[in-house]
Design a protein around this ligand. Structure first.
Ligand SMILES: [Zn+2]
Length: 191
């Protein structure tokens, strides 16, 4: 599989599509490189458009990006729970619930009678967020959702897809994350 351009070059454990979209959305925030693709309207517009989550002639407005980042951290809280962390608190769910409320899913019947749900919301960001929510719903039904986790290293929290048989993976295995843990252990041992 060729990696889509909107997937981070550091994605060592990619999820299958369309869950990969959710994973890549969460990983637009890269704590190790202090890089947030959803902070600046121009870079956010580029990334969201490439990922098919933004379809407008204008760049997202600061308030829209603020909502997108809050939804991202909402989803991250769900991935922390998937990784064995605490269940999301009501405050963690606020942004994703707001996105769900703004979504207007529409039922469609294709030429061969295949029934699908598509996002048909008011604004371009609502449409993109609804697409993410539908991907989460599908993954929750087919059992892949539980495998999408936030890295157990609190300094990292990178979203990774756990393909292990036991489903017990807890770390993203990103080279930088591994190094960080290793360095910390080294420091502890020296003490
Ligand atoms: Zn990590």
């Amino acid at each position: 599989m060729t990696t889509p351009p909107w997937v981070s070059g550091q994605e060592a454990k990619p999820a299958p599509m369309p869950l990969l979209l959710v994973q890549s959305f969460v990983n637009t925030w890269d704590v190790d490189h202090a890089r947030d693709l959803l902070l600046d309207p121009a870079s956010a517009s580029d990334w969201l458009t490439e990922a098919g989550l933004w379809d407008a002639d204008r760049a997202p407005e600061p308030a829209e990006l603020d909502l997108a980042r809050r939804v991202r951290e909402s989803i991250r809280a769900l991935l922390v729970a998937n990784g064995g962390g605490p269940p999301p608190a009501p405050v963690d769910l606020q942004a994703i619930r707001a996105a769900a409320q703004a979504a207007r899913p529409a039922l469609r019947v294709g030429s061969r009678g295949q029934v699908s749900i598509e996002a048909e919301p008011a604004g371009p960001l609502d449409a993109g967020l609804a697409t993410l929510l539908l991907a989460i719903r599908d993954a929750q039904r087919d059992g892949t959702w539980q495998r999408l986790k936030a890295c157990g290293n609190p300094d990292c929290q990178w979203a990774f897809y756990d393909r292990s048989h036991s489903r017990a993976g807890a770390w993203c295995d990103m080279a930088t994350c591994g190094n960080r843990i290793k360095n910390r252990r080294l420091r502890q041992r020296r003490r």
